[in-house]
Design a protein around this ligand. Structure first.
Ligand code: 6PG
Length: 475
């Protein structure tokens, strides 16, 4: 049979994508660097659809109907370049390589340009939802040319998750736009996970609840406005008991969070774009802090307050819910602003409402909350920040007394809440009438003649700080 699409790289993500395609009636050519995985897939799942196993690059390419569609699902970085080098010479103009890995968008831009010069389409595609999502319906964020999307879109929307009948897949924009948006998705994922972790820490040490009790609190939250995949799995993890020790699972896991790099990329990119994604940055740094075992060993035992649960600790849970919600609005607002800035910088016509729409299902941050974001951008596509949307503004206004009291309590008890507190600082910074940035400008002018502007008239000014008169000149 001639395959209408092929997958190379058959580790669990690639295998599940291939199975998802086959289950939707596509004839899927299979290829893997080592043969075992290809044989194994056909042996175990061959009855799920039509697979065409191939055992060389040439055979794989020959099995594909033209224009060929190759999905590459290998490790980001050098392995992706190696696969492109192997396949590109075998392809013909109009063929499409879909990179479904977590590539850096700058790599995707470079690869897209190089292949475009050869007449090939390179479609950097964000895929979120983990192993289960790949099999049952991920959220899919394709970049690349409109021409390639015209051919690939129907296949990708077939295998994507759906919400209210709308597929969680849309053409994000040219070249690296898809991988950029996937990167920010992962950054937001980091921020959301950190905020949930801080809420857990507060419920544990400020409210004095056990992991099993906290699991119940999260279950309750999951039926409210915080309803989301991440809250749901948090409850499951907290309710889990370690079989070997009988202890709560969360107490036997080493408290060092790992990371593969997408959160770090989001922050690095945000710094270049000048967009304060403090929630993502704090989450990434919190993982780094947790992972620095030597530093933590050296610092353990430094003085601080005792973590004595507060009076009325159970009621405090409602305050924590509000703090979590408000901090989450900030984290998502920042992430969407980064996408907006990236779109501007790289000339991508990204529709923020469409991004929210395809994140409602399939991906790791899927949640009812994303539908509220979709609605906010539908009401005002030029919304400067989610925080000024009428609905979010009202929700944050109602949450803020609790938010402040939660941060204050955490500070008093010595419980680190970088996510909650930085989100609040961002909110207060944005809404401030005047910021101390004026003083920073004065300092800069003092030591470096860096000049400043005035509030009362236009122009650029410098004060002769070292002279007795300290006269001001317009420069
Ligand atoms: C997804 C996930 C996926 C992966 C992360 C994990 O959207 O399906 O984000 O891409 O699980 O890369 O990232 P860390 O290992 O850095 O936590």
């Amino acid at each position: 049979a001639e395959a209408n699409i092929g997958v190379t790289g058959l580790a669990v993500m690639g295998r599940n994508l291939a199975r998802n395609l086959a289950r939707h009636g596509h004839t899927v050519a299979l290829h893997n660097r080592t043969e075992g995985r290809t044989r194994d897939l056909v042996e175990r799942y061959g009855d799920e659809g039509t697979f065409v196993p191939t055992y060389s690059a040439e055979e794989f390419v020959a099995a594909l109907a033209r224009p060929r569609k190759l999905v590459v699902m290998v490790k980001a970085g050098q392995p992706t370049d190696a696969v492109i080098e192997e396949f590109a010479p075998l392809l013909e103009p109009g063929d499409m390589i879909v990179d479904a890995g977590n590539a850096h968008f700058a790599d995707t831009r470079r690869r897209e340009q190089a292949l475009r010069e050869k007449g090939l389409h390179f479609v950097g595609t964000g895929v979120s939802g983990g192993e289960e999502g790949a099999l049952h319906g991920p959220s899919i964020m394709p970049g690349g040319s409109a021409e390639a999307y015209a051919a690939l879109g129907p296949i990708l929307t077939d295998i994507a998750a759906t919400v209210d009948g709308t597929p969680c897949c849309t053409h994000i924009g040219p070249d690296g736009a898809g991988h950029f948006v996937k990167m920010v998705h992962n950054g937001i994922e980091y921020a959301d996970m950190q905020l949930i972790a801080e809420a857990y820490d507060l419920l544990r040490h400020a409210s004095g609840l056990s992991p099993a009790e906290i699991a119940e609190v999260f279950r309750g939250w999951n039926s409210g406005r915080l309803n989301s995949y991440l809250i749901e799995i948090t409850a499951e993890v907290l309710a889990h008991t370690d079989a070997a020790t009988g202890q709560p699972f969360v107490d036997v896991v080493a408290d060092r969070a790992e990371q593969k790099g997408t959160g770090r990329w989001t922050v690095q990119t945000a710094l270049d774009l000048g967009i304060p994604v403090t929630g993502i940055a704090e989450a990434t740094f919190a993982r780094s802090l947790s992972g620095d075992a030597a530093l933590r060993d050296a610092a353990r035992g430094l003085p601080g307050p005792a973590r004595t649960p507060i009076e009325g600790g159970a009621d405090f849970a409602a305050d924590i819910e509000r703090a979590l919600y408000a901090s989450k609005v900030v984290a998502y607002a920042q992430g969407f602003n980064q996408i907006q800035a990236g779109a501007k910088e790289y000339g991508w016509p990204i529709d923020l409402g469409a991004v929210a729409t395809i994140w409602r299902g399939g991906c790791i941050i899927r949640a009812g909350f994303l539908d509220d974001i979709r609605a906010a951008y539908a009401a005002d596509p030029a919304l400067p920040t989610l925080l000024t949307d009428a609905g979010f503004a009202a929700a944050v206004r109602d949450a803020q007394d609790s938010w402040r009291s939660v941060v204050a309590t955490a500070v008093r008890l010595g419980i680190p809440v970088p996510g909650f507190s930085s989100a609040l600082a961002y909110y207060d910074g944005l809404r401030a009438e005047r910021l101390p940035a004026a003083l920073v400008q004065g300092q800069r002018d003092y030591f470096g003649a860096h000049t400043y502007q005035r509030v009362d008239r236009p122009g650029t000014f410098h004060t002769e700080w070292a002279t007795r008169e300290q006269a001001e000149t317009e420069v």
